[in-house]
Design a protein around this ligand. Structure first.
Ligand code: 5CA
Length: 438
């Protein structure tokens, strides 16, 4: 992508409204544009990151045996009257009326809709288990939308829903998703701690939140100090295995959110606990027949008996993750993208735009990188070197190729954004290094 043609409205100044690094950097790097309180348009650079995160989530959810669907954002109030949540949900629900005066709403979550969908198509135990998810926009009229995409009113969520025949099967499903989530967060370059959590408005008895420790996080959390050094889960377990040992390993060390934590009741002395703040990037729930019972998600069993399905739901804050990754990975100069989600792998800086021969060789290198499948953002603007360096550091691509004076001799500088390390090498050697890292 040539920067002269791209839409990347970067800001030089820190926007006054942004209180935390990720919000500030997302605005400054031209990733998002606020349209109303807590509502954002995603600009090309931001959208590429969002899509990369989605792809990682999809991959791991599909591997865990989940199937992707896409449900609408607009729901009928009737559905929520059936579950009893229409009144209970309160002001966070955006209620709307269609032209026939029928009450509708913009979905804050989809338990009701998926339960009705499954109830109308699945009638026999032979078609169970099923685990369905979608990645769809949600609306919650938060009292205090803030910190950019961290607490938005409209936000992108991956929400999954499982249907099993009995508690034992539902528990296995819960463990599968638990494993899938640890893999997703590790693939995103994040250290997420599974914490005992309160089930809140979703309801249910077994619930974990996945928390990234960060001072700017909105959740108060308590955990065993060993969590601070824990490595991301890398076990070679299979989704078909008995996952109880894995689940026990990752829930053995105490970790709980402040809603769940009861002082003095933790299996470790209060004084030894780490009290910290964190960002909730995922939340999973087991809630049995809370929705299947009122909404009739019942199948016929092997002996003709009626079985009310056992359910769980599993959320990931996809748009929040963009902010969370930046909170976990930035420095004074800007964002430092982990390779897995970076909007482009390489930034190519032409510092000699007014030199025809240099520009020709830079253009050629740009094409070579592309033919090797490397995603590259090419700064071909007629700007000062300082501006180019600052912008490239701000948007945080993992690698920079700086084409300047050495170009006459076929040399460029390869800079690692994270470590700041620079090496002067030939164009061929730079290409080789980047292809190896694709
Ligand atoms: N139906 C269940 C799980 S599928 C559910 O709605 N769970 S939730 O309420 O915990 O939301 C799931 C995830 O969405 C949260 O863990 C969080 O990462 C994200 N999320 C929730 N509210 C917001 C918000 N206002 N802005 C951005 N992300 C949010």
């Amino acid at each position: 992508m040539r920067l002269t043609q791209y839409f990347l409205p970067t800001l030089k100044e820190n926007p006054a409204e942004a209180q935390i690094a990720s919000h500030r950097l997302m605005l400054r790097a031209g990733m998002i544009h606020q349209t109303s309180a807590g509502i954002y348009a995603w600009l090309p650079l931001g959208l590429r990151v969002l899509r990369n995160i989605e792809a990682i989530i999809r991959h791991h959810q599909n591997q865990a045996g989940c199937f992707e669907v896409l449900m609408p954002t607009i729901q009928s109030a009737e559905l929520w009257q059936q579950s009893g949540r229409y009144e209970a949900y309160g002001k966070e629900m955006l209620r709307i009326t269609d032209r026939h005066d029928r009450p509708m709403l913009y979905g804050p979550t989809n338990e009701e809709m998926i339960t009705q969908l499954v109830a109308s198509h699945i009638k026999t135990y032979r078609d169970v288990p099923k685990n369905l998810y979608h990645i769809q926009w949600k609306f919650r009229d938060e009292v205090r939308p803030r910190f950019g995409v961290m607490r938005g009113r409209e936000f992108l969520m991956k929400d999954g829903y499982s249907f099993d025949l009995d508690f034992a099967a539902a528990k296995k499903t819960y463990q599968k998703i638990f494993l899938s989530y640890l893999r997703i967060f590790a693939a995103l370059g994040l250290r997420a701690i599974p914490m005992q959590a309160d089930a809140g408005a979703i309801g249910g008895d077994m619930s974990h939140e996945f928390i990234i420790l960060a001072e700017t996080g909105e959740s108060g959390v308590f955990c065993h100090p060993d969590w601070l050094h824990a490595e991301p889960a890398q076990e070679a377990v299979d989704y078909g295995d008995d996952l109880t040992p894995f689940f026990e390993k990752y829930t053995r060390l105490y970790a709980a959110t402040d809603e769940k934590h009861v002082p003095g009741k933790a299996p470790i002395a209060e004084a030894a606990l780490i009290k910290a703040r964190g960002i909730e990037v995922g939340h999973i729930f087991y809630f049995g027949s809370k929705y299947s019972q009122p909404m009739g998600a019942v199948v016929t069993g092997p002996k003709g008996e009626a079985i009310t399905l056992e359910m769980g739901s599993y959320g990931i804050g996809v748009s929040r993750l963009v902010g969370a990754i930046i909170e976990a990975s930035h420095d004074a100069a800007g964002i430092v993208w982990p390779e897995a989600v970076a909007p482009f792998k390489v930034g190519l800086l032409n510092l000699k735009t007014n030199d025809a021969a240099a520009t020709k060789s830079c253009d050629a290198f740009y094409h070579t990188l592309q033919t090797h499948g490397i995603e590259v953002l090419y700064d071909d603007r007629d700007e000062r070197a300082g501006t180019k360096f600052a912008d490239m550091d701000l948007i945080g691509l993992p690698w920079q190729i700086i084409a300047g004076r050495g170009l006459e001799k076929g040399l460029v500088e390869l800079k690692n954004r994270k470590t700041g390390e620079r090496a002067e090498l030939s164009l061929e050697a730079a290409l080789k290094r980047l292809v190896g890292k694709k």
